[in-house]
Design a protein around this ligand. Structure first.
Ligand SMILES: *Cc1c(COP(=O)(O)O)cnc(C)c1O
Length: 357
């Protein structure tokens, strides 16, 4: 029996994506070959790539003046690739520091230009999203992390700022409709909501291709990948195929508005129980609670180990919290069914009963 997988990433994907990708490893589309052994320049694969790009444009309603790139190296590589491609030495990037990923993005940017952290929630272990911060109007861009996977806080609004915005959406992309026009660059590692590990999605406004003036290595240049339809070198064919299968699933279920509805239903169910059950307490402040990563602790520290033990018969996987936050983190990505959340809620209620007995 498959487990209820609350892991933070690589994480659960739709069951049909597992089945179809497994089948494609044996034989892809009846062509007598596995997806793992076909050329990335074959018609079979370029069709996969083209359909993936067109589904991303359709689902996210991407305006025409943007390019969709598939790159490798994860979001961590984008922490470096973004400033390398965009930020000139004498220019400044602003950062809102909402967690470890934002901190890493800022540190990499310092290699190429000037940086400034204009707001941070570090002093309270990143349990909220700073608001009403002022951006430097003469900075080149503002960098945000839309969902803070480790701490369970999330920006839900695609706000207009006086300068261009770059956003790391690794852990909440495709979880709700996004106004792409509010961002100059969106990037996301695939392994949370989009597909398997090994591929990174970058959506970039064309006017920023080739922006920074430094001489660039071809493998690190957005413009090279844009001109070559992400086929400058061999891309991870199988990882892109898992993205395509997930995108088809998203479209079939009704797209991102439907996803958002489901994600609200799942997260509300779990947060309600966290708030009701006196044995548990949430980490993030209420207004900034993530729908994707739900962090909570036990009110009595001794219960922490006991609860992890208690959930074992419930077939629950992956709820142990990140080491800097402790407690529990239930990641409720798109593919997690509400039934899994119901099982976790049942376990929390049974744990409460076992204490009162
Ligand atoms: C997981 C995650 C990362 C790190 O992604 P890698 O693909 O491991 O580099 C960065 N940012 C966010 C928001 C994440 O959730």
């Amino acid at each position: 029996m498959k487990k209820h997988n609350f892991g933070a990433g690589p994480s659960i994907l739709p069951q049909e994506v597992f089945e179809q990708s497994a089948q494609a490893c044996l034989e892809y589309n009846g062509i007598g070959l596995s997806i793992l052994e076909i050329s990335h320049r074959s018609k079979e694969f370029t069709d996969v790539l083209d359909e993936s790009i067109s589904l991303i444009k359709e689902l996210l309603n991407v305006p025409d003046d943007y390019s969709i790139l598939f790159l490798q190296g994860g979001a961590n590589m984008q922490f470096n690739m973004v400033p390398y491609n965009i930020l000139n030495e004498d220019e400044t990037a602003n950062f809102v520091e909402t967690g470890v990923w934002a901190t890493r993005a800022e540190a990499e940017s310092r290699l190429y230009g000037k940086t400034k952290i204009i707001a941070s929630s570090k002093e309270s272990n990143f349990n909220y999203i700073p608001k009403n911060f002022e951006v430097d109007e003469d900075a080149l861009y503002l960098h945000l992390t839309s969902n803070n996977t480790i701490y369970g806080t999330e920006f839900f609004e695609d706000k207009q700022y006086p300068i261009p915005v770059i956003c790391d959406m690794s852990s909440d992309i495709f979880s709700r409709p996004v106004d792409v026009s509010k961002y100059h660059i969106i990037y996301a590692g695939a392994q949370k909501n989009l597909g398997c590990a090994g591929i990174t999605l970058v959506i970039i406004k064309n006017e920023w291709l080739g922006r920074a003036k430094r001489p660039k290595s071809k493998m690190w240049d957005y413009e090279i990948f844009a001109k070559n339809n992400s086929l400058y070198n061999t891309p991870p064919v199988f990882a892109i195929y898992t993205c395509l299968l997930t995108l088809r699933w998203l479209k079939k279920l009704g797209g991102l508005a439907e996803m958002e509805k489901r994600n609200i239903a799942k997260s509300t169910l779990l947060y309600n129980e966290i708030d009701r059950n006196l044995l548990f307490k949430g980490h993030a402040v209420e207004e900034d609670r993530s729908r994707m990563n739900i962090n909570f602790i036990t009110t009595n520290p001794e219960d922490e180990v006991a609860f992890l033990e208690f959930v074992k018969p419930y077939n629950i996987h992956g709820i142990k919290g990140y080491r800097t936050v402790g407690g529990f983190r239930a990641s409720c990505y798109n593919a997690l069914p509400i039934e899994s959340v119901q099982v976790l809620v049942e376990a929390m209620q049974a744990f409460e009963k076992s204490k009162n007995a």
